[in-house]
Every structure is written in C-alpha cells, then in structure tokens.
Design a protein around this ligand. Structure first.
Ligand code: HMG
Ligand code: MG
Length: 307
C-alpha cells in the first residue's frame, strides 16, 4: 500500500555540493542547511568527513557543523568512511553518521579505494563507536541499480550488502541509484527483495536523475511501500567517482509529487523553491528542478502582471 506520509532526507548540502569544482563558501553551505531545516526538512545530510584530497569541496566539514543552527527534532547527518571521519562527526555533534559502501566491487574500489569486504571490515569499528556514542547509524549502498564500471548489478549482491549493513546495526539503509540508470520495473524488484531482509520502514530510495527516471522510480518505490526518499534541492550534484552521474532528484519535484498524491512530507514547497533559487544563484548554475523552475516562473510572472 502507498504510504500516507514519507520522510524526505535532503542531501543537497552533501551529495549536491560535493561535486562542485569551485569551492562553495562555508557561509553559503551553512545558510543552505539552515534554510532547508526551517522549510521543514527533518533530516539534512549536511557534509562529509572524508579525505580533502578525494573530495576537496567537503574540506570545511567541521566548520559547517559548527556554524549551523540545530533545530530540535532535526537530524543532521554526515558521511564517515572510516574512524578518522567518525571522530570528526563525534566532535562536531552530528546526530547521524553514514557509512557508504557499494553493491559493485568496481565502484567500491573507485569510490573508497577498497573491496566490498574490506569496506565492511573498515565500517565495523565505526558502527560500534556510533552505537556506543548513541548516534544514529545509516548505511548507503551505491550502484544498487547499476554501476558505471561493471554495468549490471545483481539483486543478490544488493541484498547481500543490505544483510551486511544490517549486521553492523544500521538503523536505516539507503538503496542508491548512483548513476540514475534504474527504471521503475527494476526499482520495484530491488525494493521488494531488500524488504525481505530489512524492515521496509527503515529503507530509503536515493535516486540520481541522470536518465530522467527518478520521479518514476520514486513512484515505483512508493508502490512497494518505501517511506523515506533522498533528494537534493535544485537537483544539485553528482558523484565525483561516477562519471556522467548528474544530481539527485530535485527535492522540489519530489515534494510536488507527494503533494499531488496527498502524501504528507511536512515540507513547505514555496520555501523550498526559494531555497533552490538561492543555491542556484550562489553557485551560478540553473536549477535542474522542473517544478522549482515552473513555480518560480509562475510566481514572478504573476508578480509582474500585478505590478
Ligand atoms: P585512502 O587513500 O585509501 O586512505 O582513502 P588512507 O587512509 O591512505 O588516507 C589517504 C589520505 O586521506 C591520508 O592523508 C589520510 O590522513 C586522509 P595523507 O596522509 O595522504 O595526507 N584521510 C582523511 N582525511 C579526512 N577525513 C577522513 C580521512 N580518512 C583518510 N575521514 C578514503 C580512503 C575512504 C578516506 C577516501 O577514499 C575518501 O575519502 N573517499 C571519499 C569518497 C567520497 O566522499 N565519495 C563521495 C561520497 S559517496 C556518494 O556520493 C554516494 C552516495 O551519494 C550514494 C549514491 O548516490 O550512490 C552516498
Ligand atoms: Mg548520491
């Protein structure tokens, strides 16, 4: 049954900005996180504690986490590939850490420089430390619907990594279509398979929109009862280790979809559209959100007509 309420996890400040070549000022990142939380986003993936050599854009992670306001009830998440990242997350009082692996061996090597099995071993102490510190733990599985290096990824290998992440104690697990190749049929099959081994209400869909399938895939995942969706305001982003991958599905488009379906998100679409405009101007790129652009145009034309 389609859920009546979903949680939107905003990943723009992390997944969205990590791929920007020009360094985005820390102040802009802080304002982005703050405005998203104020618009009703209850989980903001704010930054990554990763190697600055690998992802220079995230080198100000500690400053971002120090600068943001903490709204009660909002979860501020950060990516942590290893213990060094975890220490940064702990010090900066992140609410949730994200360990990120892949269902594809080739992608695991390119993204985090180790095999799937090695990554799980590397995550073990991180997961334990997070639990000991009372932090939420999320596991993200890249290439669940296809890989830029090896192509086809079997459903069995996705289920296998879900089981390993479950054994690590993950509270939530993300099924990620890193390069946006998935289609609704495959999405339904994968979402149906993973919920046989992990509670459905703690699984999320993380869809990049490279092939324009993300909204369709979200609808497919809704049909499988999935209640958590990741999105990036203005459709920002792409993965630095997935050539050709474009941004996540735009948050504005997801909220518009949910509003149309009568599914509660708690997010203010008008505010979100303004935030999409703010960050697009700040990085000097047009927004990729279809709904965002349409709503903004309508608003501005309306204002001009009344002037
Ligand atoms: P490595 O080179 O194998 O490991 O990197 P290392 O331990 O030899 O470290 C290399 C250097 O990084 C050293 O510095 C370390 O100190 C430093 P040096 O001695 O050479 O000066 N270092 C760190 N610095 C800061 N914070 C840390 C840290 N760890 C090591 N935590 C490593 C391994 C995992 C660190 C590296 O590969 C890395 O940082 N990768 C980042 C990958 C990444 O951020 N990818 C994008 C996010 S994932 C994504 O976008 C997918 C997702 O959206 C889902 C989807 O769509 O699929 C989540
Ligand atoms: Mg991603």
């Amino acid at each position: 049954m389609i859920p009546s309420k979903v949680k939107i996890v905003e990943v723009g400040p992390r997944d969205g900005l990590q791929n920007e070549k020009e360094f985005v000022p820390t102040e802009t990142k802080i304002e982005l996180v703050n405005r998203l939380a104020r618009a009703g986003i209850v989980n903001v993936e704010s930054t990554s504690f990763v190697s600055a050599k690998w992802v220079p854009q995230m080198s100000d992670a500690a400053a971002v986490m120090t600068g943001i306001e903490r709204r009660p009830g909002t979860i501020y998440s950060v990516l942590t590939p290893n213990m060094r990242g975890f220490e940064g997350a702990l010090e900066s009082k992140a609410d949730e850490i994200v360990i990120f692996g892949a269902a594809s061996e080739a992608f695991s090597q390119k993204n985090i420089n180790c095999s799937i099995a090695e990554s799980i071993a590397r995550f073990e102490p991180v997961a334990k430390a997070a639990k000991d510190a009372g932090m939420r733990l999320r596991g993200s599985i890249s290439c669940a619907l296809g890989c830029p290096y090896q192509g086809e990824v079997s459903i069995e290998s996705v289920v296998d990594v879900v089981e390993r992440m479950k054994a690590l104690g993950c509270d939530e697990i993300d099924i990620a279509d890193t390069i946006g190749v998935g289609t609704p049929k495959r999405t339904r099959e994968v979402m149906a398979a993973v919920q046989k081994v992990f509670p459905r209400e703690r699984l999320s869909g993380h869809f990049h929109d490279t092939y324009g399938q993300a909204v369709g895939n979200i609808y497919a995942a809704l049909l499988e009862g999935i209640e958590i969706y990741h999105a990036s305001v203005a459709g920002l982003g792409g993965c630095p280790y997935a050539k050709g991958a474009t941004g996540n599905v735009a948050t504005e488009d997801v909220v518009y979809l949910m509003n149309g379906l009568g599914i509660e998100t708690g997010v203010d679409l008008d505010q979100l559209v303004e935030i999409g405009d703010f960050i697009s101007r700040a990085i000097n790129k047009p927004s990729s959100s279809r709904a965002g652009r349409a709503i903004l145009t309508k608003k501005r034309d309306g204002a001009a007509a009344c002037a």
